[in-house]
Design a protein around this ligand. Structure first.
Ligand code: TGC
Ligand code: FAD
Length: 397
């Protein structure tokens, strides 16, 4: 008998960690993961169904998340924690096991708004915004998408032109997470010098927001329209270090990386709910988990949860080693969000009628994932990135 077989006889399978992925994490990674898991259990899970129903996300959550050091935790300096990519990923996994809206708050703040300033901003901009954003005292949003420019952000209509030393920014952004609660909006616009990013503080004359209502997904998250009506900005409002689409797209890589992990968290939450329910719910005098057709569903969920977590970890180790490419991230987002959607849809059926209520987390995750599969590049966009990488032929245009 091989040593591997003997080992596996000694330790039993853990249903929630089938492949014993825990054991390949470092002590520090497990500590961070456990801290975030406890935070979610205490501060998110008791209320999130209510937030989802009401379509709100309490702003008071931000300083609590800031105290834990989770905003921009993978960045260095300026009050940021300087954690590893894997630690940041595990954080996203645990947050999204709570709700995609909470992970989105952290992604948009840390990976989009803070990263844009950290990577492309001036020293003064970093000093002004990053410490307060890391603490959750100031909130940021990231305005790239427009009503007529989603998958193709290069076709955006928002423009900025120089007027003496100032800039005049005009246009409209759509579907912007944290838009109306943000203290600073990072807004991308065409200029004569290429695509540039602007820091637009809340209350700037000509800058208004309007929340998007009647969403059936990501309800525990604020989504807004940004209206920029000839907004006059000083010269130092522009991010000085980039003037092409590479600016916003580099930020998207960071946020997509977090989503890769987050989707595995939403999947785990749905699988766990289905497993518990399946063992407790009696029909035909037996727990429904004893029927082969339900076991097949549970086995498929276990497979997808483990596959997506392993893929996340692999990409995380690559990111920490400096070998992760944006094409790798695309494969991760494509696989993991699709896996999570499959898990959520199967789990919802295992729960029967209870699967359509907010008493259980499954339909909330299932609905949220319909946004997650669309934002940060749709599944089609990521399939085309992977297709382009393997064929060498770009199929977007
Ligand atoms: P393309 O000509 O390929 O590239 C233009 C410039 O950008 C560079 N580049 C990248 N740089 C860094 N990371 C990437 N992933 C990059 N992809 C491209 C490229 O090298 C080039 O640089 P340079 O120096 O030559 O100027 O651009 P394209 O117009 O053909 O578009 C490519 C495409 C379709 C992949 C891209 O536009 C895309 O990703 N579209 C999807 C848009 C998207 O994901 N929007 C998300 C908005 S934010 C959001 O959804 C937040 S949700 C809330 C949450 O996160 O929780
Ligand atoms: P479209 O681009 O119009 O796509 C419609 C369909 O056409 C999709 O199925 C797509 O895959 C397909 N399609 C498009 N182009 C191609 C092609 N070349 N080949 C094949 N198929 C194609 N944006 C921000 O900037 N900041 C935010 O904070 C933000 N938060 C969001 C929060 C939520 C809840 C949601 C739902 C969206 C958010 N977005 C945000 C916007 C999001 O990034 C866009 O919705 C996304 O990029 C897709 O754009 P679109 O909705 O305009 O769809």
């Amino acid at each position: 008998m091989s040593e591997a077989t003997a080992d596996s006889r000694q330790s039993s399978i853990r249903p929630l960690d089938y492949l014993a992925i825990d054991e390949v994490l470092s002590d520090e990674e497990r500590d961070i993961r456990d801290t975030v898991r406890s935070f979610v259990a205490k501060e998110v899970l008791p209320d999130v169904a209510e937030w989802f129903e009401q379509g709100i996300l309490p702003r008071e959550l931000a300083p609590e998340i800031g105290k834990l050091g989770l905003f921009g935790m993978h960045l260095t300096g300026y009050g940021c924690a300087g954690a590893s990519a894997v630690a940041y990923g595990l954080t996203c996994l645990e947050l999204e096991a709570g709700d995609s809206g909470v992970r989105s708050l952290v992604s948009v703040q840390g990976s989009l708004a803070m990263y844009a300033i950290w990577r492309w901003g001036s020293e003064e901009q970093k000093q002004e915004w990053l410490p307060r954003m890391a603490a959750g005292e100031a909130i940021g949003c990231f305005g790239l998408t427009e009503p007529d420019a989603g998958s193709d952000p290069g076709s955006m209509r928002t423009k900025a032109r120089r007027d003496g030393d100032d800039w005049i920014l005009h246009g409209q952004k759509m579907w912007i997470t944290n838009g109306s609660i943000a203290d600073v909006a990072v807004v991308w616009a065409h200029t004569d010098e290429g695509v540039r990013g602007f820091l637009v503080p809340k209350g700037t004359k000509g800058f208004t927001t309007q929340d998007i209502h009647q969403k059936m997904s990501l309800r525990a998250s604020i989504t807004s329209e940004l209206l920029l009506d000839d907004v006059r900005l000083p010269a130092d409002a522009v991010l000085p270090e980039v003037s092409s689409l590479k600016g916003p797209l580099s930020c998207l890589n960071e946020a997509r990386y977090g989503i890769v992990w987050g989707a595995a968290g939403a999947a785990r939450a749905c699988y766990e709910a289905a497993l518990d329910y399946g063992k407790e719910r009696i029909q035909f005098d037996r727990p429904i988990a004893s029927f082969q057709i339900q076991q097949q569903k549970l086995a498929d969920m276990a497979l997808r949860v483990n596959r997506s977590t392993l893929l996340s970890l692999h990409l995380g180790r690559m990111k920490d080693a400096g070998t992760l490419r944006n094409e790798h991230v695309s494969m991760g987002k494509l696989n993991n969000v699709n896996d999570a959607l499959d898990v959520a849809r199967n789990a919802r059926q295992v729960l029967g009628a209870n699967g359509v209520t907010l008493e259980y987390p499954v339909i909330r995750h299932m609905n949220n994932l319909e946004s997650v599969v669309t934002y940060e590049g749709t599944a089609d966009v990521h399939a085309l990135v992977v297709g382009g990488a393997v064929t060498g032929i770009q199929a977007f245009r």
